[in-house]
Structures are given as structure tokens and as C-alpha cells.
Design a protein around this ligand. Structure first.
Ligand SMILES: Cc1cc2nc3c(=O)[nH]c(=O)nc-3n(C[C@H](O)[C@H](O)[C@H](O)COP(=O)(O)O)c2cc1C
Length: 228
């Protein structure tokens, strides 16, 4: 049984311990077609790596102890100023779909520094960059809740006494967006009718911004084109 998107947003946490199983064939097929559609629509080169023993061995990981990772999605694309944000925005669509379907996920910063014989790695063509990785698979773990900022801390509105309901709902989802190191550096602004988002510098903060945009759109029901 699948869970609602609201449940998926509320229950999702980073999982770092997996049971080592490859993705079930029908799950892998659906993910492949979602990834193909994202790649077609956004000009990205996301790749599903499924059923690989010691899948993360070729990588240096920024932080955290990850075990049993057998499947992951490599978020690769043509390098450019919007690549990080796009990876966040489209990657989170896959994360929340996975959560709805009983899978567990975790974003992890990976650098492909230790290629090992016999362990497949994604294709990174000339001019492309591997931005980040989403581990995906099965686990009994549910993750843990971390202290997060409030919607008021993460937003700014020109008329605080009359914040529209759609903006409140968007913020309720945006503050649950995963961020690198739980840094939560983005801020969402409503100035009159104008909606925008920005971030102060951190690490992978543009990926975080893309993830937060997607959460806000889900919660508020606004169209992607609404952002300034
Ligand atoms: C862009 C991004 C990069 C991340 N990189 C790492 C990482 O390198 N290692 C790690 O263990 N967790 C990583 N995380 C997971 C965050 O630490 C986690 O999302 C955050 O602490 C909030 O916890 P939650 O996802 O359980 O709600 C990353 C998350 C994001 C969104």
C-alpha cells in the first residue's frame, strides 16, 4: 500500500543502514522510467545503479557511516549554474516517490575517487558533473527526528498579519525538506504577490534549495512557474 505525499514528507528521514537487497524488478522498472522522463524533460543524466555489492566503495563520502548500500541514484548532469538546484528539485521527486512505496533513502555527498575493479560506476560524460547521490533500498530503520527551524525562521513575508493559507501550507512542507548537514540555509519570501527563494552560502546549499522548492510546491499547490 502506498502512503500519501503528506505522510511521505512527514515520515521521510535519512537512512544510512540498508539490508543489501537489490530493488525489486517492478520498483526498478518504474524508477528507470521516472528517471528517463526527468532526464528528457530537464536535460539531466540521472542514473539508477541497482544491485551492486559494495556499491559505495568507489566513493569518498563527505560524512556519516553508510552500510549495506546496494542501490543508488547518481545525480549527474551537464555542468552549469542551475545544475545543483535541478538535482535537488528532481532528486526529491524520486525520494518522496520511494518513501511512498516503502523504500528508504538518503542523500549523500560522494566523490568518485576510488574506482575499484568490478564495481560499476555511473557514466560521467565530458562537461558533466556528479553532484550528489541518493541511496535507495530496504531497511527496517525509520531514521530519527532532528531539531528543525520554524516556518517563521525560514520565511519572510511583506504582510505578516495576512499570510495566505497556501503559503503557510507550503512552509509546513518546506521546513521538512532534508538539507545537507541539516543546515536549513534557504529562506522563502513572499513580497506582495511575488514568491522567491534564496540561500546563504554553505555546502550543497543550492541542492537544498531545489529540494525545498519541491516541498513548498507540494504543500502550497503552486505551479513551478510561480517562482520569481
Ligand atoms: C544535499 C544533501 C547532502 C547530504 N549529504 C550527506 C552526507 O554526505 N552524509 C550523510 O550522512 N548525510 C548527508 N545528508 C543527509 C542530511 O544529514 C540529513 O538530510 C539531515 O541531517 C536531515 O535529516 P533527515 O534527512 O533524517 O530529516 C545530506 C542531505 C542533503 C539534502
Amino acid at each position: 500500500m502506498t502512503m500519501t505525499m503528506e505522510e511521505a514528507i512527514k515520515t521521510r528521514h535519512t537512512i544510512r543502514t540498508y539490508d543489501g537487497r537489490a530493488l525489486a524488478p517492478e520498483i526498478a522498472r518504474t524508477l528507470q522510467s521516472m528517471i528517463a522522463e526527468i532526464n528528457r524533460k530537464a536535460g539531466l543524466h540521472f542514473q539508477l545503479m541497482n544491485g551492486i555489492k559494495d556499491a559505495l566503495a568507489p566513493y569518498t563520502i563527505r560524512y556519516g557511516k553508510w552500510t549495506g548500500v546496494t542501490n543508488y541514484i547518481s545525480l549527474v548532469g551537464k555542468d552549469g549554474p542551475h545544475l545543483d538546484e535541478q538535482c535537488g528539485y528532481y532528486g526529491e521527486q524520486l525520494v518522496l516517490w520511494a518513501q511512498q512505496h516503502g523504500l528508504k533513502t538518503g542523500w549523500v555527498e560522494t566523490r568518485l575517487e576510488n574506482p575499484a575493479e568490478g564495481i560499476p560506476v555511473p557514466e560521467i560524460a565530458a562537461g558533466e558533473r556528479l553532484v550528489i547521490t541518493i541511496c535507495i533500498g530496504y531497511s527496517e530503520a525509520t531514521g530519527s527526528h532532528h531539531k528543525i527551524k520554524t516556518a517563521e525562521e525560514m520565511s519572510e513575508t511583506s504582510d505578516p498579519a495576512n499570510v495566505p493559507d497556501w503559503f503557510r501550507k507550503g512552509m509546513a512542507c518546506a521546513i521538512l525538506a532534508p538539507t545537507a548537514g541539516n543546515q536549513q540555509l534557504f529562506k522563502i519570501h513572499l513580497n506582495g504577490e511575488t514568491l522567491s527563494i534564496d540561500t546563504v552560502p554553505g555546502f550543497l546549499e543550492k541542492v537544498d534549495l531545489g529540494i525545498a522548492k519541491y516541498h513548498f510546491e507540494l504543500g502550497s499547490g503552486i505551479d513551478h512557474s510561480r517562482w520569481e
